[in-house]
Design a protein around this ligand. Structure first.
Ligand SMILES: *Cc1c(COP(=O)(O)O)cnc(C)c1O
Ligand code: SF4
Length: 341
């Protein structure tokens, strides 16, 4: 690893607005700006403007604050930095690895599993994760007006097998509270829906998102809200994130976490055990540990199945069973995620 030379200019201080929408709009999108906050020179990392042109860099400032200045292998930095390895082509990796386009019956809906259905609420994410399996998702075809949401609601009304609606995206909490409140009220009026699940990374990357406006609609509904966070490394959870999770718990929500097993980020049993322990301290239950999906541009994060299984069995020795997430992979056309091991 290159050592940091002292003739670099000192890291730029980061200023952060208290308003989550401003934080969202001020997410850093330039490689040079990101590295300037971290005392790193582009030469220390194999950054790629071409990779950034294919899938833009986007990282909110509170997340940058948790990166370690001067560390080119920081596990948070590696999740967001466009690098040249993304440009390798491989025929096993494609743009729709989960074949979601086959299960996209009408705009805004992904319905693969009989009793639960995913709504693509917001095309945007607050952060762009390089390994994201939806990095090539045709979000523009799924952008919707309130009126267009009526057909999604009709679809949910017409299928009594569905008892759970999952807000997904992009990041559903990138949408505004007026819209989310309206949609949640509509869904709560459908008698066969019991649960509302929110899959979001926003409470982690912009903790200010969990404000009164969110809590108002999320607690006013008869639906039981479950928040599934997405955290890959213990360093993502600072004191502010811990306080934010506490707000969710205080509001009566169940809070779970899913991670992705990523080479260079969290591919060791000790690292994953620290994450589970930190989640437990914050009142969050580890839910899934996903194997990387074969998405084009993310090959360099992938691990061989044999390595993944080895890490997982070591992890089981370090934790009580209830802190071991389920190791899973998404296999297109299966009726659920597939347990590995
Ligand atoms: C993962 C996923 C779900 C949720 O599955 P759970 O196993 O219940 O967490 C629902 N719909 C789609 C399309 C998914 O990929
Ligand atoms: S927050 Fe989730 S959906 Fe958004 S880029 Fe990251 S992994 Fe993908």
């Amino acid at each position: 690893m290159p050592t940091i030379t002292s003739n670099l200019s000192p890291a730029q201080p980061i200023s952060i607005s208290p308003d989550w929408k401003v934080q969202l709009s001020q997410a850093v999108t330039s490689i040079d700006e990101l590295l300037s906050y971290l005392d790193l020179a582009p030469e220390q990392l194999s950054t790629s403007q071409q990779a950034a042109a294919e899938f833009s860099l986007k990282v909110p400032k509170p997340f940058i604050q948790r990166m370690e200045p001067g560390n080119p292998k920081d596990p948070l930095l590696l999740q967001v930095l466009p690098v040249s390895a993304e440009m390798q082509q491989s025929s096993d990796y494609n743009k729709d690895p989960l074949e979601e386009s086959k299960h996209n019956p009408i705009a805004g809906i992904v319905h693969k599993y009989a009793n639960r259905l995913l709504l693509v609420i917001s095309p945007a994410c607050a952060i762009n994760c390089r390994y994201c399996f939806r990095r090539h998702f045709p979000y523009s075809e799924n952008r919707q007006s309130k009126q267009q949401w009526q057909s999604a609601l009709d679809y949910i009304r017409s299928d009594e097998n569905i008892n759970e609606v999952i807000y997904s995206g992009g990041d559903p909490l990138a949408a505004n509270d007026n819209f989310l409140s309206w949609l949640t009220t509509e869904i709560a009026e459908i008698a066969h829906i019991k649960r509302l699940r929110i899959h979001t990374r926003l409470p982690v990357v912009i903790p200010a998102r969990i404000d009164q406006g969110f809590l108002n609609w999320a607690t006013a509904t008869r639906l039981k809200p479950i928040v599934v966070l997405h955290i890959n490394h213990a360093n993502e959870i600072d004191a502010e994130v811990a306080r934010t999770i506490n707000k969710l718990l205080d509001a009566g929500m169940q809070v779970l976490n899913q991670s992705v097993l990523l080479r260079g980020v969290n591919d060791s049993a000790v690292t994953l055990a620290k994450l589970s322990e930190r989640l437990f301290d914050c009142g969050v239950s580890p839910y899934y540990l996903h194997l990387c999906d074969p998405v084009a541009g993310a090959q360099h994060f992938d691990l061989d199945d044999s390595v993944a299984k080895q890490i997982y069995s070591e992890l089981q020795c370090l934790l009580p069973g209830f802190l071991v997430p389920k190791l899973v992979r998404e296999i297109p056309s299966r009726q659920s995620k597939t347990l590995i091991n």
